[in-house]
Design a protein around this ligand. Structure first.
Ligand code: G4P
Length: 284
C-alpha cells in the first residue's frame, strides 16, 4: 500500500469527512495505542462541527500497559474521552459503546424535545489506514451485517448498521490520512504498518525502531537477540543482530535488509513484547 496524499485530495477528503460527520451524533476517533499521537490527525478536530468525540486507543494488547495508562491520563487531562480497545479479541468494545451512548445523551435529549423520539444514536468510525477500523466495525455490528455491504448492488457509505437496539454505525469508516512533516512520525507510521511510503528508506525505518527499543526496552532487545551487552549506537546493535541471525552477504558483511525484515517482523508479531513507541513524557 502506497499512500500519496496531495493537497487536492486532502481538501476533498476533508470536505467529505465533514459532510459525513454532520450526519452523526458521535465520532469515534481511532488511535494506535503504540503511537497515540503520531496516529492521529488534528484535522479531525477541525471538522467535528460540535459533535462529541471519543478516542478509541486500538491494539491496546500490542502496547506497553504502563505507557498506555500515561496516555489515558494525558488525554483525560486535556478533556478528551478515551477508551482502550483490543478489537481483535473483543476487549473494551462494550465499554466504547457505553461511552458513545453517554456522549450522545445531550444530543438525543435535544432531539426528543423537538419531538424526534426513538432515533438510534448514530456514530462514525474515523482513523488512519490499518488502525483497526474494519475490525472494530465488525465487532460492533457482528460480522453478518458488515459483510452484506460487500454484496453487489449495496452502496457502501450510506448504510447504517445496527449496534444493538439503540445505536447505529456508518458502514464505511472515515479514513484520515497520516500527517507527517516530522520524519520521526513517518518512521512510527511505517513501523506500525499505517504507511508504506517510498520516501522512507526501509533500513532507516528499522534503525529508528532499534534506537527506540534501545531507549525504551533494552532488555527486550538483549533477550530476543541474545546480546549479552548492547552496543552504544543503534547501527552497531543493528549489525550485531544481523550477525547473530546469520544475515550475511559475500565477504562477511551484514545484510541489513534481511536483518531489518527480521526486526520489523519480530516487533509487529510482538516477539519483542508489548512495546509503545511514544510516551506523553517525550514532548516535555
Ligand atoms: P483498517 O480498517 O483501519 O485499515 O484496519 P483493519 O481493521 O483492517 O485492521 C488492520 C490490522 O490490525 C488487522 O491485522 C487486524 O486484525 C489488526 N487489528 C485490529 N484491531 C486490533 C487490535 O485491537 N489488536 C490487535 N492485536 N490487532 C488488531 P492483519 O494482520 O491485517 O490481519 P489479521 O492479523 O487479523 O489476519
Amino acid at each position: 500500500m502506497t499512500i500519496q496524499w496531495y493537497p487536492g485530495h486532502m481538501a476533498k477528503a476533508t470536505r467529505e469527512l465533514e459532510e459525513y460527520i454532520k450526519r452523526v451524533d458521535v465520532v469515534v476517533e481511532l488511535a494506535d495505542a503504540r503511537i497515540p499521537e503520531a496516529s492521529r490527525n488534528p484535522v479531525l478536530n477541525e471538522v467535528l462541527s460540535g459533535r462529541p468525540k471519543v478516542i478509541a486507543m486500538m491494539k491496546k494488547d500490542m502496547a506497553d500497559d504502563v505507557v498506555t495508562k500515561e496516555w489515558q491520563q494525558h488525554f483525560s487531562q486535556n478533556g478528551e474521552s478515551v477508551v482502550l480497545v483490543n478489537a481483535k479479541h473483543n476487549q473494551g468494545v462494550s465499554k466504547l459503546v457505553q461511552e458513545v451512548k453517554r456522549l450522545a445523551k445531550p444530543r438525543m435529549e435535544a432531539l426528543q424535545k423537538k419531538g424526534i423520539q426513538n432515533r438510534a444514536i448514530r456514530a462514525m468510525i474515523v482513523g488512519i489506514p490499518n488502525v483497526g477500523k474494519s475490525t472494530l466495525i465488525n465487532r460492533l455490528v457482528g460480522k453478518n451485517q458488515a459483510d452484506t455491504g460487500d454484496k453487489p448492488g449495496v452502496t457502501k457509505g450510506n448504510r447504517w448498521l445496527k449496534v444493538g437496539k439503540q445505536m447505529e454505525v456508518l458502514d464505511t469508516p472515515g479514513i484520515l490520512w497520516p500527517k507527517f512533516e516530522d520524519p520521526e512520525v513517518g518512521y512510527k507510521l511505517a513501523i506500525t504498518g499505517a504507511i508504506k511510503d517510498e520516501r522512507l528508506v526501509f533500513q532507516d525505518v528499522v534503525l529508528y525502531l532499534i534506537q527506540q527499543l534501545h531507549k525504551r526496552y533494552p532488555e527486550a532487545l538483549e533477550a530476543r537477540y541474545k546480546l549479552s551487552q548492547l552496543p552504544e549506537e543503534g547501527v552497531e546493535i543493528f549489525e550485531a543482530i544481523g550477525r547473530k541471525r546469520g544475515c550475511l552477504i559475500a565477504g562477511g558483511d551484514v545484510d541489513f535488509d534481511k536483518a531489518a525484515e527480521i526486526v520489523l517482523r519480530d516487533f509487529r508479531s510482538q516477539k519483542l513484547g508489548s512495546c509503545s513507541l511514544e510516551a506523553p513524557m517525550d514532548s516535555y
